[in-house]
Design a binder for this molecule. Structure first.
Ligand code: PHB
Length: 389
């Protein structure tokens, strides 16, 4: 069951105070899901929620004898809200697991809450490497830092793209990705002509893309967070970079499956590295995509959705392992080393870092049955975040 917290529930808990918790409540485990459901990153919230719901639709709402109740709260993409909501979910609602966190600053903001309450937070979306050491209670089902960028660098040099301009959003994940790409690219013999960082908020890419054009590289390597890719793609075309023969290579955040089909033919041929494509060919993914489409008005799941689906998988696996014990330290211990086949492919939670180890796929945007997809053509297996400590 997914509920939005109601006044009734809040009043009930307030009245309960320190009195004994009613027996039925002991059988329910609350999972606090904190996402940007409004604002510029609302597509992330919508996608993660769809993934969480898909898991429960396919696997039921009880595990280890406990009923799972997901309490969804909107932080609007504002870190102060994320932290306040996390506190409320733990203190007032009695949430035993938190999950979500659509952007790096939102994930970062809850570290003190986790450290005090000693409960796990499963990161479905944010990717900056530096988040994980902030709390021993973070665990991640999105990805870690430059996991997706390193294989793109190797591919670029192998395919004779040797002079590249990097263009990334100027905050944690962009900087990690720029560094990951650059280190590998130089090691493989490539040259970075220019490194451009663009503001995260309300980005106007035009002046930056003009700089790329003037630098005349073989390719531009780009990262912008999910939700912004369509805007970037439009300006890449409008500025004439494609016509000037400057190839676009990127992390899969740019060609995210939610927005890709609306980007139009200009997106065709764009090469990206990432952990998930809607078209990934496996029985697990076919079941997942069919469920999300059925429940969400034919919406295509993207990598955010898979992050949500796998966060629920991990929560269920941990509860099964603890036999329904909701002690936060026992739950986080139970999550370490968890290994399963996700809709994205095989994954493991690294017991040393609590971060995810996963395959990264190289993909090309192609038209399949009249729609645009990221079509996987090569696999770099078992990639770890190179920054993970
Ligand atoms: C992040 O803020 O960490 C983030 C958000 C969206 C992405 C990737 C990283 O697509």
């Amino acid at each position: 069951m997914i509920t939005r917290r109601t006044l009734m529930a809040a009043a009930g808990l307030a009245m309960g105070g320190l009195a004994a918790v009613p027996a039925f409540a002991q059988e329910t485990v609350k999972v606090g899901l904190i996402l940007p459901m409004t604002g510029p990153f609302a597509s992330t919230g919508r996608q993660v929620e769809a993934g969480v719901k898909a898991y429960m639709a396919l696997n039921g709402d009880t595990v280890a004898g406990k009923k799972i109740e997901v309490v969804l709260r909107d932080d609007g993409g504002v870190a102060d809200q994320t932290r306040r909501i996390a506190q409320e979910l733990v203190v007032n609602d009695g949430a035993k697991i938190l999950m979500g966190f659509g952007l790096t600053p939102l994930a970062m903001s809850v570290a003190p809450v986790l450290n005090q309450a000693k409960i796990p937070a499963i990161i479905t979306s944010a990717t900056t490497s530096a988040i994980m050491p902030q709390s021993q209670y973070y665990v991640r089902t999105s990805m870690g830092g430059p996991q997706s960028a390193v294989p793109v660098a190797t591919w670029a040099v192998q395919n004779n793209l040797k002079k590249v301009v990097t263009l990334v959003s100027d905050y944690g994940p962009g900087i990690d990705i720029e560094q990951g790409f650059t280190n590998q690219f130089k090691k493989d013999g490539g040259t970075i002509v220019e490194a451009i960082r663009v503001p995260l908020a309300n980005p106007d890419f035009a002046p930056f893309l003009q700089r790329v054009r003037d630098a005349k590289p073989d390719a531009v390597f780009a990262f912008v967070p999910a939700g912004i890719g369509a805007q970037f793609m439009k300006q890449y075309v409008d500025r004439g970079l494609a016509d000037a023969g400057i190839k676009l290579i990127a992390t899969g955040d740019v060609t995210d499956d939610d927005l890709l089909n609306g980007m139009g033919p200009a997106a065709k041929g764009v090469i990206t590295g990432h952990f998930y494509s809607t078209l990934h060919d496996s029985p697990e993914n076919k079941a997942f995509v069919a469920q999300v489409k059925k429940a969400s008005n034919n919406m295509r799941p993207n990598f955010m959705s898979v992050g949500g689906y796998d966060a629920m998988t991990l929560a269920y696996m941990a509860l099964k392992k603890t036999n329904g014990d909701t002690d936060g330290t026992k739950l986080i211990e139970a999550m370490k080393g968890a290994t399963w086949t996700s809709p994205r492919g095989p994954i493991t939670i690294d017991p040393a870092t609590r971060d995810i180890i996963q395959d990264i796929y190289m993909r090309e945007v192609k038209e399949v049955n009249g729609e645009l997809y990221n079509v996987e053509f090569a696999t770099f297996p078992k990639i770890k975040d190179p920054n993970a400590k």
